[in-house]
Design a protein around this ligand. Structure first.
Ligand code: HEC
Ligand code: HEC
Ligand code: HEC
Ligand code: HEC
Length: 313
């Protein structure tokens, strides 16, 4: 009787063992790939978050030195509530924490595209000095503004809802932003220039914001539409005084945007008028003149000029 036969496995047994083997191999493959997948996703997500952080964008990247310094002068870095918007919060249109699967893929594609360009730029040291930076800044700024406009300011609106303002002048803020929301074509920077980055010295320019001719035009509009409530000499009446202590208390340290918003928004309604942007700027110029702020050579011509701060006395 052939001994080998008794110790050797039968054919069906050996088939079973091979089956078990390949089964084991397949399941360890599946498990291994799943593990690798999870690791990869975790690493990718980590890289996405890290490469969108202030640390990476603001300090690791030399060419961003000046943008990062200007960001630190902005209300999104220092504010009363102590909430800081990171570089990625404004510059990257998808939030990795709350993205759907589809958005996550778009986020990865966005990062891959941006990352490659940034890496290439950094590697070529295309922005190594402050002079080079100054030269490149307008174009970079433009590109990003176009991007924001095309995406309807999605990142800004992710943090700010424009129908729930509290605090002082909340009525004006509602009225002013309503016009925006209606046509669903937002343009935040049209009124909020310097909101992400402030490059000028805070006190570099105080006054000189309007021209004398403009204030004269504004005086006429004021006499027609405002004086019945605020007095011919701005001394007050049905409405508050618009000079002296009252003005200081309301607008000292505020941006020019604040009194302009009152004029263009609720006060136009009170007067039963709609002012063009230029008319509302002319009236503002008149109020500035009456509050002792010196005229300059150029008129106020654009709401982008309203991000400067009124003196605090
Ligand atoms: C509150 C939103 C916001 C935050 C936070 C923010 N940015 Fe910006 N960034 C903008 C806006 C808006 C512009 C375009 C208009 C401008 O220049 O202000 C811009 C422009 C830029 C530009 C183009 C050049 C320029 O300055 O105009 C660069 C580069 C830039 N940002 C990098 C960064 C980096 C790096 C950080 C973080 C250290 C950062 N940004 C944080 C909103 C933001
Ligand atoms: C991560 C959330 C976040 C993002 C994104 C963000 N903001 Fe803000 N924003 C804030 C916080 C927090 C403040 C400070 C609130 C305060 O001081 O009461 C603020 C303040 C402001 C203010 C008032 C401060 C001032 O000086 O006028 C404006 C205007 C503003 N943001 C506009 C924008 C615009 C425009 C964008 C898009 C370019 C944007 N924000 C993106 C969180 C954000
Ligand atoms: C037509 C001009 C205009 C446009 C466009 C505009 N805003 Fe404003 N915004 C104002 C004015 C005026 C104020 C009040 C400023 C003040 O009181 O100092 C204001 C105030 C704010 C504040 C501060 C609110 C507070 O309680 O202090 C935030 C935040 C803000 N705007 C966000 C936005 C965002 C986001 C967009 C774009 C989706 C936008 N704004 C578009 C005019 C505008
Ligand atoms: C029907 C009366 C009336 C008219 C017309 C009117 N205002 Fe007013 N105005 C008021 C009242 C009342 C307030 C106090 C705040 C409020 O009720 O919103 C005020 C507040 C203001 C403020 C804010 C001052 C503060 O204390 O916060 C400014 C600036 C202002 N008006 C300017 C104007 C200008 C400029 C015009 C002309 C375009 C005008 N007003 C037309 C009644 C009026």
């Amino acid at each position: 009787m052939p001994l080998e036969n008794s110790s050797a496995p039968s054919r069906s047994e050996s088939r079973k063992a091979t089956g078990r083997h390949s089964w084991l191999r397949i399941s360890s493959w599946v498990l291994g790939s799943a593990f690798l997948g999870i690791l990869l996703v975790a690493l990718t997500n980590h890289a996405v978050i890290w490469s969108s952080s202030n640390n990476y964008c603001g300090t690791a990247c030399h060419s961003m030195t000046w943008a990062a310094a200007a960001y630190q002068q902005s209300p999104h870095y220092i504010n009363l509530v102590g909430v800081r918007a990171s570089c990625g919060a404004c510059h990257i249109p998808y939030d990795s924490g709350h993205a759907t699967a589809g958005e996550y893929v778009k986020l990865l594609l966005f990062k891959a595209d941006r990352g490659a360009k940034d890496f290439w730029g950094e590697a070529r040291k295309s922005i190594a000095t402050k002079e080079e930076w100054e030269k490149r800044r307008p174009a970079l700024s433009n590109t990003f503004e176009t991007y924001l406009t095309r995406h309807n300011y999605i990142t800004c609106r992710g943090c700010h809802s424009l129908d729930s303002f509290g605090g002082p002048r909340s009525h004006m803020k509602m009225v002013i932003h309503q016009g925006q929301a209606k046509d669903d074509a937002y343009d935040c920077l049209q009124c909020h220039a310097n909101i992400g980055h402030v490059y000028e010295e805070p006190s570099a320019k105080l006054g000189g914001w309007y021209s004398v001719e403009q204030a004269t035009a504004g005086a006429k509009l004021f006499a027609d539409s405002c004086s019945m409530c605020h007095g011919a000499g701005l001394e007050g009446g049905g409405g508050p005084a618009l000079t002296g202590v009252t003005w200081q208390q309301r607008f000292g340290g505020a941006k020019l945007l604040a009194p302009w918003g009152e004029i263009k928004g609720p006060m136009a309604q009170y007067a039963g008028k709609t002012f063009t942007t230029q008319q509302s700027l002319d009236i503002l110029a008149y109020l500035l003149q009456q509050n002792g702020l010196a005229a300059g050579n150029q008129p106020l011509a654009d709401t982008r000029q309203l991000s400067v701060t009124l003196p605090e006395k």
